[in-house]
Design a protein around this ligand. Structure first.
Ligand code: FMN
Length: 374
């Protein structure tokens, strides 16, 4: 059988498992239409909210680059530099829900077979705020959105009841997911923050609330570097900066570590992987850990704003990989390396010596037993 890129994820059919994530590439109708024309299987809109949004006075995203053969990292462009990461302190969409609703309808009419996911965000500090989630969800699904992605992960919200601040709270995640599920007729995905001690706890909250999938990662909290010449942060307004979000190549291994935890804890659940993907070799990591789709932001921003070359490469290289290995669909290799991520003490020692994770063999504490009581 010839290889196909078709996948079914949370009950939705995608012509390929590659989506543009919620970010500048998906902030306008023209961008989303171009993205579908370029071949992306799905698109997650820039996050839509009901609260007023005013962005910082200056650039909202920049790119940190490394100099080959020198330990130099800077946002200033120099010849021959390689991308290290993106850094953003952009808030959610500054376009109101009333702007998005007719545009979602038009996009779906133009591309009925492509998957359009609406990313939404509200607060959680009051019943009224929780109802905002329902208002956003019903408006977007009535307009034609195929699924909803709950933004529980924006890294730079001052409000304690929004974004990654609720994404660190299992109970809040459950409440928000459940509130949306009460009105949702389409699948609901929960996009979690990586800025948490044990992401499995938050994912459990999302699944308890009824989430159909968990999405990870949003950007990692981070600061821009100081310019040693000027002693100013490389991104600042009037000399001030704030915590922002790191994306791009630098977060690929970190995001994979989060995804490995998630897919091992919930092997039968649906996951969409994000973080540092610019070619199929990167996406493959997420697939073999168990993801059913992946999403891209930074690489697309740097490729004509919506990633026409990125999606071309992803599709071509995935097909070539599958044909070479005799795989017919993603299901043939999804999750095949999930169980190879083990605890440190399970990694073989030289001469078959056993290691007990720092317990009895080291002469320290014995492993907890009913007798020792610890
Ligand atoms: C400038 C910028 C704006 C973003 N805005 C949003 C957003 O509105 N909602 C959201 O869920 N994620 C947002 N993200 C996070 C991305 O969707 C994605 O999770 C993150 O950048 C990691 O993917 P990457 O390594 O491919 O960039 C934004 C990222 C960037 C760089």
């Amino acid at each position: 059988m010839a290889a196909t890129l078709d996948v079914t994820f949370t009950g939705l059919r995608f012509e390929n498992p590659f989506l543009l994530s919620s970010a500048p590439p998906t902030e306008s109708e023209s961008n989303i239409l171009r993205a579908f024309d370029a071949g992306w299987g799905g698109v997650v809109t820039k996050t839509i909210g009901l609260h007023p949004v005013v962005n910082v006075d200056g650039p909202k995203t920049k790119f940190l680059r490394a100099t080959p053969d020198a330990p130099h990292l800077s946002m200033k462009r120099r010849p021959g530099m390689a991308l290290h990461s993106s850094w953003n302190w952009e808030l959610i969409s500054d376009k109101p829900l009333d702007w998005w609703v007719p545009h979602i309808t038009r996009i779906k009419q133009a591309h009925p077979t492509k998957v359009l996911v609406a990313s939404i965000m509200a607060g959680s500090g009051s019943d009224e705020e929780l109802r905002h989630w329902q208002t956003l969800a019903t408006a977007c699904q009535s307009a034609g959105a195929d699924a909803l992605e709950l933004n529980l992960s924006c890294p730079h919200m001052d409000r304690q009841d929004m974004g990654s601040n609720i994404g660190k709270d299992q109970a809040q995640i459950s409440i928000v997911t459940k509130i949306v599920k009460e009105v949702a007729k389409v699948p609901v995905w929960a996009k979690l923050t990586p800025s948490t001690t044990d992401i499995v706890v938050e994912a459990r909250g999302a699944f308890l609330g009824g989430a159909d999938a968990v999405v990870s990662s949003n950007t990692f909290p981070s600061l821009t570097l100081i310019d040693p010449e000027t002693l100013e942060f490389e991104m600042n307004v009037d000399g001030y900066t704030s915590s922002g979000g790191l994306g791009g190549p630098a977060i690929l291994p970190q995001s994979l570590a989060k995804m490995a935890q998630l897919t091992q804890a919930f092997p039968d659940r649906a996951f969409s992987g994000i973080g540092g993907i610019s070619e199929f070799a990167h996406a493959l990591n997420y697939f073999v850990l168990g993801c059913g789709t992946v999403q891209v932001c930074t690489a697309a921003m740097l490729d004509h704003a919506i990633g026409p070359n990125v999606i071309k490469g992803l599709k071509e290289d995935m097909l070539a990989f599958m044909e070479k290995r005799g795989f017919s669909t993603l299901e043939d290799f999804r999750g095949i390396r999930r169980d190879r991520v083990v605890t440190h003490s399970k990694i073989r020692r030289p001469d078959d010596k056993a290691y007990h994770g720092g317990h009895d063999a080291e002469g320290y504490a014995l492993p907890a037993t009913p007798e020792t009581g610890h």
